[in-house]
Design a protein around this ligand. Sequence first.
Ligand SMILES: *[C@@H]1O[C@H](CO)[C@@H](O)[C@H](O)[C@H]1NC(C)=O
Ligand SMILES: *[C@@H]1O[C@H](CO)[C@@H](O)[C@H](O)[C@H]1NC(C)=O
Ligand SMILES: *[C@@H]1O[C@H](CO)[C@@H](O)[C@H](O)[C@H]1NC(C)=O
Ligand SMILES: *[C@@H]1O[C@H](CO)[C@@H](O)[C@H](O)[C@H]1NC(C)=O
Ligand SMILES: *[C@@H]1O[C@H](CO)[C@@H](O)[C@H](O)[C@H]1NC(C)=O
Length: 232
Amino acid sequence: MERRRRRAEPQSCIPGDTALAGLLVAVLLGVWGAQALEMSVGKIPFLEAVNGSTVLLPCTYTSCIGIKNLYFRWQFNDNGTMQKVCDSVIAEEGAKPDVKIYRERVEFVGDSKTNNISILLHNITFEDDGQYTCFGRNPKEKGKNHSAIFTLIVVDELKVVDNTLTIIIVSAVGGAIGLLVAFMLTKNFVLFVMAKIEEKNKECLVSSSGIDNTENGLSGSKADSKATPKKA
Ligand SMILES: *[C@@H]1O[C@H](CO)[C@@H](O)[C@H](O)[C@H]1NC(C)=O
Ligand SMILES: *[C@@H]1O[C@H](CO)[C@@H](O)[C@H](O)[C@H]1NC(C)=O
Ligand SMILES: *[C@@H]1O[C@H](CO)[C@@H](O)[C@H](O)[C@H]1NC(C)=O
Ligand SMILES: *[C@@H]1O[C@H](CO)[C@@H](O)[C@H](O)[C@H]1NC(C)=O
Ligand SMILES: *[C@@H]1O[C@H](CO)[C@@H](O)[C@H](O)[C@H]1NC(C)=O
């Protein structure tokens, strides 16, 4: 299960060819001093994957001041003890690192041309569940440490939960529709019965009023309406 990730936005390095730019550089130097090297595991720093699958643990680095002998390392937090997953040194920008792997099923798939130091974890097991730290140190910054944490959540079949949920939804919707149909049928039946009763009552009213009307000498019109009883 691989995730699509956006390229790390290139950090803008202001060219110092004008006085203004020079001033800006001077003003912002402090900020850059603290953030010269930055490790990034992307906008979504976690992944949920089914055991047995192969996952990408993404990591990229950016540096405004450039890199020289950049040391990087992936480590896995196993109950509080940091285990080395892999490490290497990138001599200079774009130089291919000779990556040492310390953990099984790990493959380095990064590319220093794109500042990419991602790794693949093959056939994951439940023991692989946990926090992975992408660590970097650029000697240009006098041994400052930088890191980013990526969390891998190993699950047992995502689909079972989905199916159960679908079944629940389907039966709930089906049940609701059934109830609605039953309600409509009942309502229609009740309305039909009520209409019948009303009809009966009307007939009674008409006949009784007819008697009254007969008494008042207006029998003609009322008698006609009685002759055509309404059917529901
Ligand atoms: C890093 O490299 C891997 C493997 O080639 C790729 O899948 C991933 O998208 C790359 N990440 C970035 C941010 O370019
Ligand atoms: C995932 O784990 C479950 C439970 O341990 C197991 O039955 C299943 O075979 C595993 N799947 C894979 C692809 O390893
Ligand atoms: C990690 O901790 C869990 C429970 O706290 C324990 O079962 C497991 O054996 C530990 N793993 C290691 C490698 O120490
Ligand atoms: C992953 O599992 C498949 C099938 O079980 C196997 O062929 C492959 O060699 C495994 N890959 C690694 C890196 O262990
Ligand atoms: C950087 O990390 C190393 C371990 O990799 C540690 O020995 C060192 O003290 C850390 N330096 C700082 C400034 O935190």
